[in-house]
Design a protein around this ligand. Structure first.
Ligand code: SF4
Length: 236
């Protein structure tokens, strides 16, 4: 059960001055049409057909650490394959490592990561109970957006990870993760608020935590999306 205290923690950063009542109004229940059948979408990456028996998360991490399939391999300090539970019910997928992540080799450890950790906690999970990954395993210089050829070169790592993890729900964070899963032409504002599918998993796109740090007024919509994910997991 999500408590007011947890919700307050979710909204605390960047939402100073918003009263609880205003947050409650912003966090209205999803519209009925948003709770219906998964909407079919064009997919950028074929859904997982099942993991190869010989594959493992450790093998993927080792391959990424030595990978030179794109230019980012020569620039990284550490590859950031992702981390979390071996059999998570839910997987969060971001865009690419930033400076902090590149230094530590772990996903979402900067300011955006702190917000994501609070979002996960507000859902009733710890980071160790979910899996957190990115579309790219290496940091683009200057935190620029991933280039299409980099995403294409890296896509098999995330595809294999999702096949092994076999989550019930995937939450793409931001446009790049949503496009990886739902098609090159989608925008996050068009696909969020609805349930999509990727293989056997339900897909609930929402805003990237970095965007929410810049636009705290959008946190209400993000919380709607997380509530949708919780409903799909039977947690609400
Ligand atoms: S970003 Fe992906 S494809 Fe590019 S070098 Fe890193 S692991 Fe390899």
């Amino acid at each position: 059960m999500v408590t007011r205290r947890l919700l307050d923690r979710l909204w605390a950063e960047g939402a100073a001055g918003r009263s609880w009542c205003r947050v409650r109004r912003a966090v209205r229940p999803a519209a009925p049409e948003r709770r219906g059948e998964p909407a079919p979408e064009q997919r950028a990456v074929p859904p997982p057909a099942g993991a190869e028996p010989s594959d493992s998360l450790e093998a993927i991490a080792a391959e990424a650490a030595a990978c030179t399939r794109c230019r980012l391999g020569a620039l990284r300090t550490h590859a950031v394959p992702g981390e979390g539970a071996r059999f998570p019910r839910i997987v969060f997928v971001g865009e690419a490592p930033g400076e902090d992540e590149d230094r530590q080799g772990r996903p979402f450890v900067g300011r955006a990561g702190a917000l994501l950790t609070r979002m996960i906690a507000a859902m009733g999970f710890s980071r160790e109970q979910v899996f957190i990954a990115n579309v790219l395993k290496c940091r683009p210089p200057g935190n620029r957006s991933p280039e299409p050829d980099e995403i294409a070169a890296c896509k098999d790592y995330l595809r294999r990870q999702l096949a092994l993890l076999a989550p019930e729900v995937i939450v793409p964070l931001g446009a790049h993760a949503a496009r990886w899963m739902l098609g090159d032409t989608v925008t996050i504002s068009r696909v969020r608020g609805r349930v999509h599918v990727y293989g056997a998993a339900k897909v609930v796109p929402t805003f990237h935590p970095s965007y929410l740090l810049r636009k705290p007024e959008e946190k209400g919509k993000a919380w709607e999306d997380l509530q949708t994910a919780m409903r799909l997991l039977g947690l609400r």
